[in-house]
Design a protein around this ligand. Structure first.
Ligand SMILES: [Zn+2]
Length: 282
């Protein structure tokens, strides 16, 4: 009897921690040596959302996407850049060197276990700079795996649909606002305390006005409640639209990563040239 790829994919779990060790070769084959590293954070999400909101999102995205396109999913990774919420309870913020070290060692361990493609997915707004820097530093020494960052670009048809459904001003909608609370309402409604959303202001306090300048305190100056937007205007319908779109992009990205041989080939070519620089000049 012939088994199609998708029915095979249902055979073994995606989550690394749920796999049986003897199924490792099967997981390697079905994932084409691709592992998703879902990165969230532990931080307050306004007066209504759970502290692990970002983690919950990436966990759900990975679980849903890998049901369609198989890959192994590394367990929850909630270490990142979250200094700006240290004045709020529940924030888990590690020293910067340790965060980079953990990320690097985690990828190295994923690589040592046979994966040569690691796809980072992230939901926390304070992480992209860290992740991009981490990826840039992948070229500091030879590695036999490549790290990719899921960075979806949304089309105008989708953006127009979202704009039509939204109830709050998109300019002020950010951390724990309408969009993010909507996706939580869709993914884990039982964890959202929508009635509490008005207990604090999510408005930009504009306490620091600087031109063409960037400082560490900009976010706290604007949003001291670690809340930006109007979470109370969230709906499950908007949450479904946003989530379905992200998952469609993630499935496409996963397919692209699984099929990609060029990145590793170029990475190897680069390191071969790096090794030769000294020799050529002798
Ligand atoms: Zn968030």
């Amino acid at each position: 009897m012939l088994l199609c790829f998708s029915s095979l994919a249902q055979n073994i779990p995606s989550r690394w921690d749920e796999l049986v060790a003897s199924d490792w070769p099967k997981a390697m084959k079905q994932s084409n040596r691709t592992c998703i590293l879902p990165i969230g954070i532990l931080e307050k999400h306004g007066p209504q959302g759970p502290i692990g909101s970002d983690l919950i999102h990436v966990r759900e995205w990975a679980a849903r996407a890998t049901k369609i396109e198989y890959a192994v999913v590394f367990p929850d990774f909630f270490y990142g850049q979250i200094n700006e919420a240290r004045h709020q309870p529940g924030t888990f913020s590690l020293p910067r060197r340790l965060v980079l070290e953990l990320l690097d060692s985690t990828c190295a361990e994923i690589g040592r276990n046979g994966f040569d493609k690691i796809l980072i997915i992230n939901k926390h707004g304070g992480n992209p700079e860290l992740i991009r820097y981490f990826i840039q530093t992948q070229l500091e020494r030879r590695r036999n795996y490549a790290v990719y960052f899921f960075d979806p670009k949304f089309d105008s048809t989708y953006s127009a649909k979202v704009a039509k459904m939204r109830k709050s001003d998109p300019k002020g909608d950010s951390h724990a606002g309408e969009n993010e609370t909507s996706t939580l309402l869709y993914l884990r409604p039982e964890l959202v305390k929508l009635d509490s959303s008005k207990n604090e202001s999510g408005e930009n306090q504009k306490r620091l006005q600087l031109t063409d300048l960037y400082t560490a305190i900009w976010w706290y100056a604007s949003y001291p409640n670690h809340y930006a937007g109007e979470g109370g205007k969230a709906t499950k319908e908007l949450g479904k639209l946003i989530t379905d779109n992200v998952i469609a992009h993630l499935v496409a990205a996963l397919k692209e990563v699984k099929a990609d041989t060029k990145t590793l080939q170029l990475q190897k070519e680069f390191f071969d040239r790096v090794d030769k620089v000294g020799q050529d000049n002798q």
